[in-house]
Design a protein around this ligand. Structure first.
Ligand code: MN
Length: 131
């Protein structure tokens, strides 16, 4: 069984790149292009990790993270904010909203997966190793 990753991202190119990287690293990928679909997909698929864009139409990534954390089943899932806002305070804002980690865009394909997995719990890292 593969680990499941949910990507919430509205930019087609970023979605393509993240999907490509994750699939190449043996993840099963679910895609959502907006917050509402992302929350629905999180409930439906219980992913092992959620990659969350911050700049999204309607509901932004901060709001989405807050909504996800309200659901008891989703509280333990690592949420990694992926954002091009390289502004002071963004990391803090993401963490306050419930994100586990933060990776700035443009993403570096050579270390993205490693950085994402660095936010996994010990238990999840062990599961990944055993797969
Ligand atoms: Mn975006």
């Amino acid at each position: 069984m593969k680990l499941k990753a949910l990507i919430i991202e509205d930019n087609e190119q970023n979605m393509y790149m993240l999907t490509f990287l994750l699939e190449n690293n043996n993840y099963e990928v679910f895609q959502a292009f907006n917050g509402l679909d992302g929350i629905k997909a999180a409930i439906e698929h219980s992913p092992d990790v959620i990659l969350l864009d911050i700049q999204l139409p309607q509901m932004d990534g901060y709001q989405i993270a807050k909504e996800l954390r309200k659901k008891s089943d989703l509280q333990h899932i690592p949420i990694v904010a992926v954002t091009s806002h390289a502004m002071v305070g963004d990391r803090e804002k993401a963490m306050e909203s419930g994100a586990t980690g933060y990776i700035e865009k443009p993403i570096d394909p050579d270390n993205f997966i490693q950085r994402m997995e660095s936010y996994f719990s010990e238990e999840l890292q062990q599961r990944k190793i055993r797969l």
